[in-house]
Ligand binder design. Sequence first.
Ligand code: NOJ
Length: 535
Amino acid sequence: MLSPLGLVFYDKRALGLEPLNRSEADSSSPWWRSAVMYQIYPRSFADGDLDGIGDLDGIRSRLGYVAQLGVDAIWLSPIYRSPMADFGYDVSDHTAVDSIFGDLRSFDRLLSEAHRQGLRVLLDWVPNHTSSQHPWFLDSRSSLSSPKREWYIWRDGHGDEPPNNWRSAFGGPAWTRDEATSQWFLHLFLREQPDLNWGNAEVVAAMHDVLRFWLDRGVDGFRADVVHLIGRDQLLPNQPEQRAHLDIVGSHDHPRTHVLLRGIRSVLEEYGGDRVMVGEVTLERPELLAPYYGLDDELHMVFNFGLMHVPWSAEAFGRVLDDAERALPEPGHWPCWVLSNHDQPRHRSRFSGSESRARAAALLLLSLRGTPCLYAGEELGLLDAAIPAASRVDPGGRDGSRAPIPWEATAGHGWPARPWLPLPPDPERWNAETEAADPDSTLALYKRLLALRRMAPALRLGSFQRLGSPPDTLLYERSWGADVRRVAVSFSDQLVMEVSAADGWRIEVATTSGREGLLWDGALAPSEAVILSRS
Ligand code: NOJ
């Protein structure tokens, strides 16, 4: 296959999934370190059965697009059977595909086609809670003496008051009183998502078996949903008064989780050592994330959401990068960077809708040390959809970033039936077909960035060093032996910034048009970012 840079990148990735161009750099390091992941929100990717909701056959029909983009692995948000109170994060059968998305056969077809096209596949695994419709919970709530009673967290209340002061992430108390037994069950999310009790050995074994079910089918790994919540202090102490108004999802950090993660990791290790688990740990500071890597015996990677929570400013971005370098050092701590996902507004929307800023942020993301995780549609520069009140469906108000992907320029935009949510703004302009034909499009930029990352070990695996640069700019160097790249990013919307002396660097990728291949003059246009190599 010819890359946009004219280089042969890989031949038979299908045979062993190893790109041939990757040097010894990669042979000494696990595949996921050199990978770029791509999150697919299945309801909104592509519709194969014409019901307006995306599904597995739809995803399969678009795998060529994903492979040509140049990513290495897809992560599917939950596809399991679910009443969809939290759009799949409420699982009622961990080993069945919801009929909205297809069935196990369509999953197997998707998996084998993805592998044939050189793409690994990660599933979302939701260990902290199930649906209240899961047979385990129906059994558990049926009586105090149910054999599954201890699979969930039941407590007596204090009269009409819940057992403790914990709040649910969706608002209100994290406890619901159940009429059948007058006890309360814990749910850190919706009441339709009761928390599992990982203090119970049968739960641990059952959830390990869920992993084995999918590993046996051939999946390459998992994204583990809020996995830091599973280890608990069995006494469930109150939150301190000053935090009592906050849910504990952003602060819960108990040593028992690490014991459980080691058990989970050992299940993955049963499969030859190349299956990966990326954990969602929503603790605020990277030094709190570091312990979740264990001694290379817990999570392989932990998402770093720092860039999702900062404004468009060099100072704020620089702080996130510096904090990560300090808190997640080599060896053993490989960051996993994210700019957008299904829980937050898309980054272009966050950055005031600016296309230039979104492009510069993409260049930065794809030139960091760590595995980048893209959210489907960001490569098209999509904005969040405006969702009229009557069309809102998510209890967490996150519909805007979950809008369907516009594939084509013409009416319908690749959605054969009216899609379940409105499309993002201006789909005639912002769609895969139009952008594929435009060398200056955001899609073309992502392809160039991904191709360069594949080619340059410095960008995939090299060290990261911040270099001095004027206010409103960032400058850093990535190097792997003799392979060196520099990255310069301007956060100024108005001024041309003199970043460094022009001393023998050539522009390899630029977010503005007409500059690639030129010697760098040391200056950046407003909100421009460049990757440089020695001329
Ligand atoms: C985190 C997921 O990303 C989010 O979408 C979900 O609502 C919660 N976990 C609960 O599963």
